[in-house]
Ligand binder design. Structure first.
Ligand code: GLN
Length: 480
């Protein structure tokens, strides 16, 4: 076996008996043991005995190991959400996505590190230490699905699930040279995920290639009666139309703000412009699309996300879940002390802001207004999709930044999500994939955004782009 194999290659190797499922598992376990001390991508690595008890099955992912972000429930496994408050908390049941991946025969090797309660864009807000980017360990892998992205990029697992509320899969995918999906809201079940902002939270895969991503997405797809927001859609095979050609008569809209904005790093701009040219060369018609309302995306997203977080996280008060402060005087004191000790500063900031924007004296000015602008942004996207099939923009305005660089500047950190939040608040799918590298050999990503339920089209276009370029074939050095 060799490092950095794709799921497709592993499945072929299994089928042609080049190696066994046991050998694959051992291979990746050894890699996790060897490289995780440097990266801090995994919070827990599962023992071999447990893995043996899991079914290899004969499903789509039979014998293929992977990892789950630690806000996705696996029955009887610790689910910390990167927080001290849930340090010893064990999930009482498994998430639907966990069950589906296991039913398809995949083997879960462990849980990955993350920004506390998925709030962050750098992996530095984990209570269990910052996660490193395998391309340059002085830099962030992005966040909040930091551990999942670092693990796949370094070849510690061929796939991992992350969750995304406003960029947490695509931004780390861009920073780590990977493919990352944000699905149509409701396409994959949220049952068994710990909620941050329920109206945009979604689980989805991080992989090295578009095909692998489409394969995991196929395993996750299909209606889940346990999740009231799950769409009544049948399970799909997102790999079946990946033939290396763009969808017929594809019209792509380049979001104008994405080229004009001063905030976009020059190397990102150059790689993105090259990607546009390449898509044109493949036969796409390219137009420029104005989406001026997109600039309100960040403000709207953070107001809504703060509000939903404040409400969702009110359940962590020391009575039902996780740790409880000891030696306190009375119930109120226990609540206060538990939350004071258990939550990190970014989570506290968001709870404070969330309660503020929801307070009776301010909800009209903030929460209600943000909800209105959310509808306006959705209308602007719907309107754009009357004229183009897919939209295009860089995934993030910059290459991966240095660890520590934005820690004390929450606004600058939030701006990292400029291009990723607008489609999340409108429930529309997007896929980030690599389109270049900086002079310092740091990955750059761009994204396709589509109307609701356009995943098949997005995967097809992305696959055609990927297969006619070589960005997905590069790997970080030092993990051979
Ligand atoms: N970086 C964004 C935030 O901090 C996105 C988080 C997410 O998608 N979970 O909220």
């Amino acid at each position: 076996m060799k490092p950095f194999m794709t799921i497709k290659e592993l499945l072929y190797g299994l089928e042609t008996k080049q190696f066994s499922a046991e050998e694959i598992t051992k291979f990746y376990q050894d890699r996790i043991e060897k490289y995780n001390p440097t990266l801090n991508a995994f919070l827990e690595q599962f023992e071999t005995e447990t893995i043996k008890t899991e079914l290899y099955g004969s499903g789509l992912l039979a014998g293929i190991p992977g990892a789950l972000k630690n806000n996705i429930s696996i029955e009887n496994r610790t689910i910390t959400c990167g927080s001290k408050i849930l340090q010893h908390y064990k999930a009482p049941y498994s998430a639907t996505v966990t069950d589906r991946l296991r039913q398809e025969g995949s083997i879960i090797l462990g849980t990955t590190n993350m920004d506390e309660f998925a709030m962050g864009a750098s992996g530095e807000f984990s209570a269990y230490g910052a996660i490193k980017n395998p391309w340059d360990t002085e830099r962030t892998p992005g966040g909040s699905s930091s551990g999942s992205a670092a693990a796949v990029a370094a070849g510690l697992v061929p796939w991992a699930l992350g969750t995304e509320t406003g960029g947490s899969i695509r931004q780390p995918a861009s920073f780590c040279g990977l493919v990352g999906l944000y699905p149509t809201y409701g396409l994959f079940s949220r049952y068994g995920l710990v909620a941050f902002a329920s109206s945009t939270d979604q689980p989805a895969p991080l992989t090295k290639t578009v095909y692998d991503n489409a394969l995991i997405a196929s395993a996750l797809s299909g209606h889940d009666p346990k999740d009231s927001s799950s769409l009544p859609e049948p399970a799909r095979d997102f790999t079946k139309n990946l033939d290396g050609k763009l969808p017929k008569n594809l019209t792509i809209g380049v979001i104008k703000n994405s080229l004009k904005s001063d905030g976009v790093d020059n190397q990102v701009k150059i790689a993105f412009e090259r990607a546009i040219k390449h898509l044109e060369h493949l036969g796409a018609t390219v137009k420029t699309v104005e989406l001026p309302d997109m600039r309100y995306g960040i403000q709207v997203y953070f107001i809504l996300a703060y509000a939903e977080a404040a409400s969702n996280l009110s359940r962590f008060d020391g009575t039902l879940y996780g740790t409880r402060a000891q030696g306190t005087e009375g119930l109120l004191d226990m609540y206060i002390q538990t939350r004071h000790d258990g939550f990190g500063s970014e989570v506290k900031r968001r709870i404070l802001m969330g309660n503020y924007v929801l307070s009776s004296s301010h909800k009209e000015a903030y929460y209600k207004k943000a909800s209105h602008i959310r509808s306006a942004i959705r209308a602007a996207f719907d309107n754009a999709f009357e004229h183009v099939d897919l939209l295009l923009s860089p995934t993030v305005a910059t290459p991966p930044f240095k660890l520590g660089e934005l820690c004390d500047d929450p606004i600058a950190m939030y701006l990292s999500d400029y291009f990723t939040v607008p489609n999340c608040i409108t429930g529309m799918p997007a896929l980030s994939l690599p389109c270049g590298y900086t002079k310092e050999k740091l990955p750059i990503g761009f994204q396709f955004i589509g109307p609701r339920l356009s995943e098949e089209k997005i995967y097809r276009a992305a696959y055609a782009y990927e297969q006619s370029t070589d960005f997905h074939l590069k790997n970080p050095r030092g993990y051979e």
